[in-house]
Ligand binder design. Structure first.
Ligand code: DC
Length: 228
């Protein structure tokens, strides 16, 4: 049986960085499920399909192939064979992805793929519904949180480094809008699982968050090996 760590949290909590580092340290496969929702969004955008055009979205889903490749814990994302690791992180995709992620046929397509990935490997899987829907019986569940201003600040700085030009106010407003859509959607809304451990990263450095989560996982692994 595989060992599954579920990390759920909103945009800008440092989830991606933290997950990558922990995967490296603890020899787990890192799976960023948000990148899969981004691929569906990009595939639809490329065909000019809007979130309201469910039949057309279903057609895209019928043919879509998404592959996540992990090399030295760097995840590359392939959409229908093409490396789209950068293209899926533009402000244009940011602006639409929460709408596509709220659509039933999109989640119905991606959730089983994510489950299969977790069943075949020891994974650390990050997203919004990993501890509630994808793996409600995950071995470890972490819920990362952070104030919205700090999240926008972090994302703004990340964007600057990547050469993405977006003002702090634009980032803040986009993050707030996405959060509303993610928490209020009917299917798999973004909520903390009752048994997830809350880690508030607002006043923590990335290194502190990594150590904290590593400690939680190691404790769980030790308990498990004592009992099992
Ligand atoms: O983590 P991220 O910002 O790359 O996620 C992109 C979008 O996908 C975001 O709107 C939340 C959504 N998402 C989701 O609904 N369920 C997941 N398991 C992962 C991401």
């Amino acid at each position: 049986m595989s060992f599954i760590v579920a990390i759920d949290g909103p945009a800008g909590t440092g989830k991606g960085t933290v997950t990558k580092e922990i995967a490296k340290k603890l020899n787990l496969i890192n799976i960023d499920t948000g990148s899969m929702y981004r691929c569906v969004t990009l595939a639809c955008m490329q065909k000019g399909i809007l979130p309201s055009q469910i039949d057309k979205i279903q057609e895209v889903l019928n043919d879509i192939e998404i592959n996540l490749e992990n090399k030295s814990c760097i995840q590359k994302v392939f959409l229908n064979g093409k490396d789209v690791s950068k293209e899926i992180r533009t402000p244009e995709v940011d602006a639409l992805v929460a709408k596509f992620a709220a659509i039933k046929c999109v989640r119905d397509k991606l959730t089983p793929i994510q489950r299969k990935m977790g069943e075949e490997n020891n994974v650390i899987m990050e997203g919004r519904d990993i501890g509630t829907v994808v793996f409600p019986n995950a071995d470890v569940k972490i819920f990362l949180d952070c104030s919205v201003e700090e999240r926008a600040n972090r994302r703004y700085k990340q964007n600057l480094k990547k050469g993405i030009e977006e003002s702090y106010e634009e980032v803040l407003s986009s993050i707030k809008e996405r959060h509303k859509l993610e928490t209020e959607r009917k299917i798999a809304p973004f909520v903390k699982a009752d048994d997830a451990i809350l880690v508030d990263t607002t006043n923590m450095s990335i290194d502190e968050v990594i150590s904290k989560i590593e400690e939680i996982i190691q404790n769980k692994r030790n308990n498990c090996s004592n009992v099992c």
